[in-house]
Design a binder for this molecule. Structure first.
Ligand SMILES: C[S@@+](CC[C@H](N)C(=O)[O-])C[C@H]1O[C@@H](n2cnc3c(N)ncnc32)[C@H](O)[C@@H]1O
Length: 273
């Protein structure tokens, strides 16, 4: 059970995507207050910035990841280090790229372990890659909806894609493995992926791979190509890319009666008090 205290033992915070520029004022306030910040981020200025806020800063990246090692093992290590720190000198903060709940396994493990140990946890929102992709592509998810899947999960479950709804595919550069590597991909890595998407889109369907800039002085990397050309971009598509698959067609309005009513003042009066 989580203790009901005003101050939690553990803060889970996101650092945003673009260096330290996207850290929220709320997160900065919490980091000033933490007795240790344990972080996973490879940005050049991140460590120095965190040290300006908190006297004890621990980078978990190098000690957690090993080439060809299991990513799950790395997340367990991050969680164990954070829980140990919280038991010894709370409050502590675990800080990672983006939003701490979006595509984030270590925070989930921390929450589970904290619950068992009676440690309290508070999650603060961060700017996610999702926000950056919206801005890069000028994509408004309220217009035609949005479907999002993790790339390997999409294949494992053979999830159907809805061709009239924009799709974002996370971790497309880490396809078909739960192990960690910094090695580049071969074209063959994308064969299953391409076959699966071809069930819903034509070979020439244009897709866009986006890597939002991790540094304010650098440009984002945007690659546009036809679906059947994805293999020829394998070398480039590292683990930081998200793939955007635009809708193939728009879904027509079916409820003509409601379509007429949405502009009617009389209807509005009928459905309001
Ligand atoms: C494990 S998830 C972490 C997501 C992160 N917690 C967030 O809120 O954005 C890693 C995936 O996020 C996406 N991602 C991370 N950084 C990105 C960036 N700079 N540009 C585009 N997508 C990014 C990619 O799909 C990548 O494979």
């Amino acid at each position: 059970m989580t203790r009901p205290t005003a101050e939690p033992d553990i803060y889970l915070v996101g650092l945003g995507i673009c260096g330290i520029d996207q850290i929220t004022a709320e997160t900065e306030r919490v980091l000033r207050h933490a007795r240790e910040v344990l972080f996973v981020d490879t940005g050049v200025a991140t460590r120095r910035y965190l040290e300006s806020l908190c006297p004890r800063v621990t980078s978990l990246f190098d000690e957690s990841y090993a080439d060809d090692g299991h990513r799950l093992g790395a997340y367990h290590h991050m969680a164990a280090r954070t829980i140990d720190a919280a038991l010894d000198h709370a409050p502590v903060a675990f800080a990672m790229q983006g939003h701490p709940i979006v595509g984030a396994c270590a925070p989930a493990l921390i929450r589970d372990a904290a619950g068992l140990l009676g440690l309290s946890v508070r999650v603060l929102p961060g700017i996610s890659a999702l926000d950056c992709v919206f801005a890069e592509l000028l994509l408004d998810p309220c217009l035609h909806g949005l479907q999002m899947y993790e790339a390997t999960d999409l294949l494992l479950r053979r999830r159907p894609l809805q061709a009239d709804v924009p799709a974002l595919i996370w971790q497309v550069g880490s396809l078909e493995t739960r192990l960690h590597t910094q090695r580049r991909s071969r074209p063959e890595r994308f064969t299953r992926f391409q076959i699966h998407l071809r069930r819903f889109y034509p070979a020439a369907h244009p897709v866009t791979a986006v890597f939002a800039t991790p540094h304010p002085l650098m440009q984002s990397t945007i690659r546009r190509f036809a679906l059947d050309e994805i293999g020829s971009h394998a070398h480039d598509l590292h683990a930081g890319f998200t793939l955007y698959v635009p809708p193939l067609h728009a879904r027509p309005i079916e409820d003509a009666e409601l379509c007429r009513l949405v502009d009617s003042a009389e209807h509005l009066r009928r459905i309001t008090l």
